[in-house]
Design a protein around this ligand. Structure first.
Ligand SMILES: [Fe+2]
Length: 291
């Protein structure tokens, strides 16, 4: 009989498949999950609810697995038709999850993270508090990470500018109280270990040509060779204890650069953190489902 841990692991693994499709956004899911966790915790929600919302942050873009690469990775403006395709991803994610035993934990975030308080979001044009709390939180976390992350084709915004945009859109695109709280947290340095990182203690590494877009795994060893996912330039990992840097290896490998990897160590770390909390919230869930 699968344990809660086993079931959670399948959810994390599904989420990682989406990230494997799009190497340019290395660490996005982890950061969104951590921002959502930080905001939910600051609201004083019960720990189990905090962890549930963080899990929703990790799963929120699951439906992007159904969006073609040509649309997902297109650097220029999307056509109306392409935008319509993008807008299917919340419902696609919800549909893909619908048979999963733990779907109910994350469906609100997956289906509704692009709803906006002004009712101009998608897919259901929900407004205000009709949007579940988890979805309002993940919506803020997602937008903040999208603004502050560097992509091969554009530089990430300075934090101050991203926070100013959040502030300008309180009550419109973003929940006013939650957005205000998020800004306070960010300004107080509450996200300094998340911003510009791809997992705990791991700052994004810089490609000389593309900027800080290389997500290096905590398990990387001294001398490992890695390749920029965008331009395929090779680098040697120089590791001293928990400090990492990259030195050009003088090689380039477009095949290895685009080879996706699931970060199993990160999944294990996330599980270790979530396990007790999730089961404490619904102690009988697994028994209920499989008993
Ligand atoms: Fe999304």
């Amino acid at each position: 009989m699968p344990t809660m841990q086993d079931l959670l692991k399948t959810l994390y693994t599904m989420a990682m498949l989406v990230e494997a499709r799009d190497a340019y956004t290395g660490g996005h899911l982890w950061r969104v999950s951590r921002y959502a966790h930080g905001l939910a915790a600051a609201l004083g929600l019960p720990q189990a609810e905090v962890e549930r919302i963080a899990l929703g942050g990790f799963l929120h873009d699951l439906g992007k697995i159904g969006v073609p690469d040509a649309v997902l990775n297109k650097p220029d403006r999307l056509s109306d038709e392409e935008y319509a395709v993008i807008k299917t991803h919340p419902q696609v994610g919800a549909d893909l999850l619908s048979g999963h035993p733990l779907a109910e934990l994350v469906l609100d975030a997956v289906l509704k993270h692009h709803e906006t308080p002004d009712g101009r979001g998608y897919p259901q044009q929900l407004a205000g508090k009709a949007i579940p709390l988890a979805a309002r939180i993940v919506g803020i976390a997602d937008a903040f990470d999208a603004m502050t992350s560097t992509r091969p084709y554009r530089q990430g915004m300075p934090v101050e500018k991203a926070l100013a945009i959040l502030r300008d859109n309180l009550g419109g695109q973003f929940d006013a109280e939650l957005g205000q709280r998020f800004i306070q947290l960010a300004e107080a340095g509450g996200f300094d270990q998340v911003l510009g990182h791809s997992e705990p203690g791991m700052p994004m590494q810089r490609c000389a040509g593309c900027g800080p877009i290389i997500a290096l795994e905590a398990g990387a060893r001294d001398g490992d060779e890695i390749f920029c996912p965008a331009c395929a330039t090779g680098y040697r990992v120089a590791r001293e204890g928990r400090r990492f840097s990259l030195k050009p290896s003088g090689r380039s490998d477009a095949v290895r650069a685009r080879q996706p990897r699931a970060n199993q160590a990160l999944i294990e770390a996330l599980l270790a953190e979530a396990a007790t909390l999730q089961t404490r919230k619904r102690p009988g869930l697994v028994e209920l489902l499989f008993g």
